[in-house]
Design a protein around this ligand. Structure first.
Ligand code: UDP
Ligand code: MG
Length: 307
């Protein structure tokens, strides 16, 4: 019997893209000798995304919907897809056509050849903003310097994972998920293929600067405690410098110049105050994570599904 392949697509306010991507996927999978299920995860959309999925689902018995109770974010929606998918392997992709469905057959070929994970590395279309490209490159540079789990630049959430990998993921109860890192961390036999990201089909990116920044901080702090060590080193370096500064202050005092030194005092108070805030902030992020994790809340809550 033909093997079953799940395609999971987290979508947030993508009403203009649902029909298009479903059509494209159905077209490229028609000729492949597998049973496909296409699962859209509606991540709390405020437009007609869910209705669009449900309509499609009535027309095509292999299209399914998972409705989350609110916007849990892309990574959590993706986790919902991985958890609910029933295929022998699962392919995840974005709902805006930036991940070309034509690659599905190549991914499946690698899977048939024994790879558990087929990940992808994107190159951006020429029109992508300089801001997005350099932001993404900088992010991977920082994460790889700080973390023991290496994540190559241009990694995306367009990938295939074997059932075995999905089952392993299901058993992890990590709260702030950064799927790209988590999957690398698992190990398994993997292969990477390159692809050219298309322009988004319709609508706008759901990752404005604020979300991108949050995603980056999540990604970094989910995989490394090195920033905490850095905080300690920084603190150590600057307190040494501050101690070295004391003889100079005494020297100034004996010359009767201490009022003139007022500026230096203010500058150092401001400087060290800032430094302390940064370090407290870093520690705060980790404590925040402990706090969230200790509550053991689920990554997502499903409102309805027809799976
Ligand atoms: N997405 C989601 N929840 C969110 C934000 C985004 O499910 O809170 C989905 C979105 O609909 C798309 C995918 O995640 O299918 C990638 O988002 P987007 O294309 O906006 O990101 P970009 O490609 O600009 O980085
Ligand atoms: Mg996109």
């Amino acid at each position: 019997m033909a093997k079953k392949v799940s395609i999971v697509i987290p979508v947030y306010n993508e009403e203009q893209n649902i029909d298009f991507i479903a059509k494209e996927i159905l077209a490229v999978t028609k000729s492949l000798n597998y049973i496909f299920e296409i699962i859209f995860i509606d991540d709390g959309s405020r437009d007609n995304t869910l209705e669009k999925i449900q309509l499609l689902s009535q027309k095509h018995p292999n299209i399914f919907s998972i409705e989350l109770t609110k916007n849990f974010g892309h990574q959590n929606a993706l986790k919902a897809g991985y958890d609910y998918a029933t295929g022998h392997c699962i392919i995840s992709m974005d709902g805006d056509m930036q991940h070309p469905p034509e690659l599905i057959s190549l991914m499946l070929k690698h899977w048939e050849n024994g790879f558990d994970i087929v990940s992808t590395q994107r190159t951006y279309p020429a029109e992508t903003s300089f801001f997005k490209k350099s932001g993404s490159n900088l992010f991977y540079k920082i994460i790889n310097t700080l973390s023991d789990t290496k994540i190559e630049k241009g990694s995306s959430d367009f990938r295939l994972i074997d059932r075995h990998v999905a089952n392993t993921l299901k058993n992890l109860t990590e709260n702030s998920i950064f799927m790209r890192g988590l999957i690398n961390w698992l190990g398994f036999k993997s292969i990477k293929i390159a692809f050219n990201a298309n322009q988004r089909h319709a609508g706008v990116s759901k990752y404005p600067f604020k979300k991108m920044l949050k995603f980056a901080v999540e990604g970094i702090t989910a995989f490394s405690v090195k920033p905490l060590y850095m905080a300690v080193y920084l603190g150590f370096i600057f307190s040494t410098l501050a101690i070295l500064y004391i003889p100079y202050v005494i020297y100034e005092h004996y010359l009767g110049k201490d009022v003139a030194g007022w500026a230096t005092v203010v500058v150092s108070i401001v400087f060290f105050g800032g430094l302390q805030l940064i370090i407290l902030g870093i520690i705060g992020i980790y404590i925040g994570k402990l706090f969230i994790q200790s509550k053991q809340r689920p990554n997502y809550i499903v409102r309805t599904t027809n799976l």
